[in-house]
Structures are given as structure tokens and as C-alpha cells.
Ligand binder design. Structure first.
Ligand SMILES: NC(=O)c1ccc[n+]([C@@H]2O[C@H](COP(=O)([O-])OP(=O)(O)OC[C@H]3O[C@@H](n4cnc5c(N)ncnc54)[C@H](O)[C@@H]3O)[C@@H](O)[C@H]2O)c1
Length: 361
């Protein structure tokens, strides 16, 4: 594997992409990094502004569905590696408005693949090219309690428009390898948490609602189980797959860390309460939080009508990446969640600019 890549990262102004850029830049400081991001509601250029200002990365504002722009970015920067994060990623939005998911996740991924094939497998072949596709465990559908965790051979059975669109994109990546011999890898990861996550997802949504004294909405009975992984443990897995994974292969990434949604929210309430107890300035900053009055935030928990087609349980069998590539997550859930809480407490400007809608300038 080449250590001297010129990398295009799609969707790097989003949650995982932003964390990935900081991870990758620290690990491979000399590699050229170009970003292509459409800056949808989920994209926040401020996440990367310090690197853009320092000219450590090149930021291109545009869509992966725009074939001529994608071609220009690949050719002008002599891109040999694409790491593909860009997607519509929120299941609830895929239920109310699936079109954008079909467009970006399926058509956009195919546009990237088609243009990359033209650039890499045409007259002037780029022999060391690599396309890494970032995907989700949701393509496998749902598990009952006691079922074996998802492995790479679990049949695809997506249940939401989001999961179906990611499943389609996974199949396209696979097909470009088998049909055109494109050098590809795919990773399917479980639920991520950490800094820069948009406050529509469970953990940041509940975190900010605790601070504001607003309801903590829990779907159905709250017993849906997810397998949570700290975002940099995901990034470490992607790094291993790109640099040591076998061409054409898929690797599941997970932390063997299953939690019911209600228990995640209760743990979050406990950690935020402890932060208020340890730092009296928090009660002044967030007077509407029950934690400001030394009350438990659990009283904000409000059960709401379940999401249609809500998957019961996800669990990842990460045996392949652990056995073949020596992967091991390093973050423990309790400490990772505490780090995440600290990040949101220390970065109020970041989330306030999202809440007041000024973040996209
Ligand atoms: N968040 C998770 O828990 C999780 C878990 C497993 C896999 N994934 C996958 O990881 C990837 C990143 O997820 P995330 O949570 O960071 O998502 P996100 O919604 O936070 O960010 C998505 C980014 O993609 C950009 N984007 C959207 N449409 C685009 C387009 N047409 N062209 C260019 N850019 C576009 C957005 O502006 C945003 O910056 C996705 O592919 C997702 O399916 C996420």
C-alpha cells in the first residue's frame, strides 16, 4: 500500500468525516487531502476551518452527483484515493423525504465510481488507485434478542429508505470491483458517537435538551439496542482497512458494546448531572437544566410514538477486522460518553450556531 496518497474525502464537513480529517491529518501529516462536500444541513465547514485557513486541506464545495466537478477535482489534484463518507444519514429524514437519499447515496455513489473508473482505469491507468466506501450495519436489517451479531456474510435486509439506499451503494461498489477490477474496500460500522455530531441524533439531541430543560424524546419503549462505537475507533478501523485490507473485501467495524436507547439516555443524564455537581458555573450557564437545581435530568424522559419500521437490535461481529487486521477499539463507552459530554460543554458556540441556524453563514 502506498503511504504517499493524494486523497479525496467526500462528506468531510459532516460528523464522522470531520473527525476523520483530524485523525488522518495527525497520522499522515504529509498526505495531500482534498474535501468535496455539498454542505447540506448536516455539513458544517466551520468544523474544518482551521485546516482550510492553514492551507492544510483543500475544500471544494459541491455535490458528488456533479460528474464534471468530480472529474475536475480528481484530475486537477491527481487523486489516487477516494474515501467516501458523503451521504444523507438520518433515518427519520429518509422516512419523511427519501428522494435525497436515493439521489446522494445511490446516484451520487455511482457517479463517483463511474468518474473514478474513467480517470483511473482509462488510457493512463492509475495502478495504485483505491476507493474506500464508508457504510453502515443498518444494511443487515434487524436482530432479535439472542440472534448472532451481523457478520460480513449476513444477508442484506435493509428496513428503512436510508438503509436501503446504503445497501444499494454497497452493491455498486462491489460490482465495480468485480466487473471493472476497481480496487475497492467497504466498511460497515455500527452507531457512532463523539464530537461534531449534528444535534438531531440521539446523544447530542438529548445532551442539548438536558442543558435547556427540554423533553428527552424516546421512541416506543426505548428498548431498541444499538452497538455504540466512539468515532475515532471507527476512524482507526477505516485506516486499517484502507492500508491493510484485502481488495474487494468488506469489513464490519464495531465495539461489542450493545446498549438499549433508554440506558444510553439514563447514562447521559447521570454524566451531565455529575458535571454540574463538579462545576458550579454550569448552573449559571444553563439555568433551565434540572441539573442546575441538582435534580436528575431523567425526569425529562418522554416516551413518543415509535418510528415506523424501527429496527429492534443491531450488533456487529467485528471478528474479521480483529483477526485479519488486528483491530481493537480503544475507547470504553462510559469514558467516551464523558469525553463527548465535555466536548459539547466546551464547544457551545459550535452547537448554538446550529440551533440559531447561523452555522452555514
Ligand atoms: N453516524 C453513524 O453512526 C454512522 C454509522 C455507520 C456508518 N455511517 C456512514 O458514515 C458516513 C458519514 O456519516 P455521518 O454521520 O458523518 O453523516 P453526516 O450526515 O453528519 O454528514 C454527511 C456529510 O455529507 C455531505 N453530503 C451530503 N450529500 C452530499 C452530496 N450530494 N455531495 C457531497 N457531500 C454531501 C453533508 O454536507 C455532510 O457534510 C455516511 O456514509 C453514513 O452512512 C454513519
Amino acid at each position: 500500500m502506498s503511504n504517499n496518497r493524494t486523497v479525496l474525502v467526500t462528506g468531510a464537513a459532516g460528523f464522522i468525516g470531520s473527525n476523520f480529517i483530524y485523525y488522518w491529518k495527525e497520522k499522515y501529516p504529509d498526505q495531500a487531502l482534498v474535501i468535496l462536500d455539498a454542505l447540506t444541513y448536516a455539513g458544517n465547514k466551520n468544523n474544518l476551518q482551521q485546516l482550510i485557513d492553514a492551507k492544510e486541506i483543500i475544500f471544494v464545495h459541491g455535490s458528488i452527483c456533479d460528474a464534471s466537478l468530480v472529474k475536475q477535482v480528481i484530475v486537477d489534484n491527481s487523486i489516487d484515493t477516494i474515501i467516501h463518507f458523503a451521504a444523507e444519514s438520518h433515518v427519520d429524514r429518509s422516512i419523511t423525504g427519501p428522494d435525497a437519499f436515493i439521489e446522494t447515496n445511490i446516484v451520487g455513489t455511482h457517479t463517483l465510481l463511474r468518474v473514478a473508473k474513467e480517470c483511473w482505469l482509462g488510457e493512463n491507468e492509475v495502478t495504485n488507485h483505491h476507493f474506500h466506501h464508508v457504510s453502515t450495519d443498518e444494511v443487515y436489517g434487524t436482530l432479535a434478542a439472542g440472534d448472532a451479531a451481523f457478520s460480513e456474510t449476513t444477508p442484506y435486509a435493509p428496513n428503512s429508505p436510508y438503509a436501503a439506499s446504503k445497501a444499494a451503494s454497497d452493491h455498486l461498489v462491489r460490482a465495480y470491483h468485480h466487473t471493472f477490477r476497481m480496487r475497492v474496500t467497504t466498511s460497515n460500522c455500527s452507531n457512532n458517537y463523539g464530537p461534531y455530531q449534528f444535534p438531531e441524533k440521539l446523544i447530542p439531541l438529548c445532551m442539548l435538551n438536558i442543558l435547556a430543560g427540554r423533553a428527552l424524546p424516546i421512541y416506543g419503549d426505548g428498548l431498541q439496542i444499538r452497538d455504540w462505537l466512539y468515532v475515532d475507533d471507527h476512524n482507526r478501523g477505516i485506516d486499517l482497512v484502507i492500508n491493510q485490507g484485502r481488495q474487494g473485501e468488506t469489513y464490519n467495524i464495531g465495539g461489542n458494546n450493545e446498549w438499549a436507547n433508554i440506558d444510553v439516555v439514563k447514562l447521559l443524564c447521570k454524566i451531565v448531572g455529575e458535571k454540574f455537581n463538579a462545576d458550579s458555573t454550569l448552573a449559571t450557564r444553563f439555568p433551565d437544566s434540572p441539573c442546575a437545581k441538582r435534580e436528575t435530568a431523567e425526569r425529562l424522559i418522554t416516551y413518543v410514538t415509535d418510528r415506523p419500521g424501527h429496527d429492534t437490535r443491531y450488533a456487529i461481529d467485528a471478528g474479521k477486522i480483529m483477526g485479519e487486521l488486528g483491530y481493537n477499539p480503544v475507547e470504553v463507552f462510559e469514558s467516551g460518553l464523558e469525553k463527548t459530554v465535555d466536548w459539547y460543554l466546551n464547544n457551545e458556540d459550535w452547537w448554538q450556531s446550529i440551533l440559531d441556524d447561523s452555522y452555514q453563514g
